[in-house]
Design a protein around this ligand. Structure first.
Ligand SMILES: Cc1cc2nc3c(=O)[nH]c(=O)nc-3n(C[C@H](O)[C@H](O)[C@H](O)COP(=O)(O)O)c2cc1C
Length: 323
C-alpha cells in the first residue's frame, strides 16, 4: 500500500500525542496540508500562572515535534524542519522516502513505553555510561545536560523547597494545579490519581506536591541513588525552548532504552528567583530549561499506567493542499 506524505504526516502527528507535557496539558495542534504539517502551541492549554511566558508550553511542543520526527523516520520518511518559533512553531516537510531505518523503528517502540514514574528510585544508580549517553542525546538535539554534584543537589533541594512553598502559598497557582490534577480525567488531559503518589516520598529533593494524594504506591525508599541534572542551553527564547523539548524527548527515549527513569521537576524554572539561582548554578554559562531526576525504577513492581491523551481529532486537522 502506498502511503502518501499527508498520511505519513498525520500518522506522525498521531504518534506525537504520546509526548510528555507539563501537567499533561498537551498544548499542541497540528495542521497537515499536502506534504507539510504545521505545529502550533495552543494558548488555551497554557498554564498562565505557572508558565506565563510559555516556556514549558513551548518545551512540551518541542517534545511533540521530536516525537513526530521519530514517527516519520520509523516509516522511512526524510523530513526537513523549519522552526519559525512563532505561529507556527515549526513546519515539518516530508521530503522523500527510503527503507525504514531499524533504529528509528526501535525508537518508535520506546516512544510507546516512555512514561513519567513518580515512585522513588531504586538503590541502583544510573550508570555513568548511561548518564553520558543521556548527555550526548541532549547535545545531539541542540541542548545540554549538566549533572549536579553532591553539593549542588543539596542546593537544588533548598531551591525546590522554596519554589514549592511559594507555589503552594499562591492561591491562583494552587487553583491552576487543581484544574489539571486528580480524579479520572475523562477529558483526556491532566494527571489522574493513578500516577500521583498516595504519599509524598521523603526524599532529599522533594517531588512536586500536587496538593492531592493519588493512588500510586510510591515506595518507602529514598533518592540517595538518584542523579539530578539541569537541561539547559545557550538562549532563552521560544526557539530555544522548542529545541529544549526536542532534546528532552531524545534524552527520555534514550533513558527508556537503557532502563533509566526520568522525572521532570519544573517548579524551580517556573519562578524567576529559582530560575536565576539555577542559572548561577550553571556558572551563568547557559539558561536552565528543566530539572530532571534520573534513576533506576523498581524492577519488581509494575510502574504507573499511561496518562490519558486528547482524541486525535482535537489536536490534528488534515486540510486540503490548497486550503
Ligand atoms: C515541561 C514539563 C514539565 C514537567 N514538570 C513536572 C513536574 O514538575 N513534576 C512532575 O511530577 N511531572 C512533571 N512533568 C511530567 C508530566 O506531568 C508528564 O509528562 C505528563 O503528565 C504526561 O505523562 P507521561 O510523561 O507519563 O506520558 C513535566 C513534563 C514536562 C514535559
Amino acid at each position: 500500500m502506498t502511503v502518501t506524505a499527508t498520511e505519513a504526516l498525520a500518522a506522525a502527528a498521531d504518534a506525537a500525542r504520546l509526548a510528555p507535557s507539563v501537567h499533561n496539558t498537551q498544548p499542541w495542534r497540528w495542521v497537515v496540508r499536502g506534504d507539510a504539517s504545521e505545529l502550533y502551541a495552543v494558548p488555551q492549554r497554557q498554564l498562565l500562572e505557572q508558565d506565563p511566558d510559555g516556556r514549558l508550553m513551548t518545551l512540551s511542543c518541542g517534545a511533540a515535534l521530536h516525537h513526530a520526527l521519530v514517527g516519520l523516520a520509523a516509516e522511512g520518511w526524510q523530513a526537513r524542519v523549519e522552526r519559525p518559533a512563532g505561529a507556527p512553531l515549526a513546519v515539518v516537510h516530508a521530503v522523500g522516502r527510503s527503507d525504514a531505518d531499524p533504529h528509528a523503528m526501535q525508537r518508535m517502540q520506546l516512544l510507546r513505553v516512555r512514561h513519567t514514574d513518580r515512585r522513588v528510585v531504586s538503590d541502583e544508580p544510573v550508570p555513568e555510561a548511561v548518564r553520558e549517553a543521556l548527555t550526548e542525546a541532549a547535545r545531539a538535539a541542540g541542548a545540554r545536560l549538566h549533572v549536579l554534584n553532591r553539593d549542588q543537589v543539596l542546593q537544588l533541594a533548598v531551591m525546590i523547597e522554596h519554589s514549592g512553598e511559594a507555589e503552594r502559598h499562591d492561591e491562583r497557582m494552587r487553583a491552576e494545579t487543581e484544574a489539571w490534577v486528580g480524579g479520572d480525567r475523562p477529558g483526556g488531559t491532566g494527571l489522574p490519581d493513578a500516577v500521583i503518589p498516595s504519599e509524598l516520598p521523603l526524599t532529599t529533593v522533594a517531588e512536586r506536591d500536587f496538593g492531592v494524594s493519588g493512588t500510586l504506591a510510591a515506595g518507602a525508599g529514598h533518592d540517595t541513588a538518584a542523579s539530578y541534572a539541569i537541561l539547559y542551553g545557550d538562549g532563552d527564547e521560544p526557539a530555544d525552548w522548542l529545541r529544549a523539548g526536542e532534546a528532552l524527548s531524545q534524552l527520555w527515549l534514550t533513558a527508556t532504552e537503557h532502563g533509566a527513569a526520568v522525572l521532570p521537576l519544573s517548579s524551580p524554572v517556573e519562578l524567576d528567583f529559582t530560575r536565576q539561582a539555577l542559572r548561577r548554578m550553571l556558572g551563568e554559562l547557559g539558561y536552565p530549561y528543566l530539572v530532571l531526576r534520573l534513576g533506576t525504577a523498581d524492577p519488581d513492581h509494575a510502574g504507573p499506567p499511561h496518562t490519558p491523551r486528547l482524541p486525535a481529532d482535537e489536536v490534528i486537522a488534515v486540510e486540503p493542499p490548497d486550503a
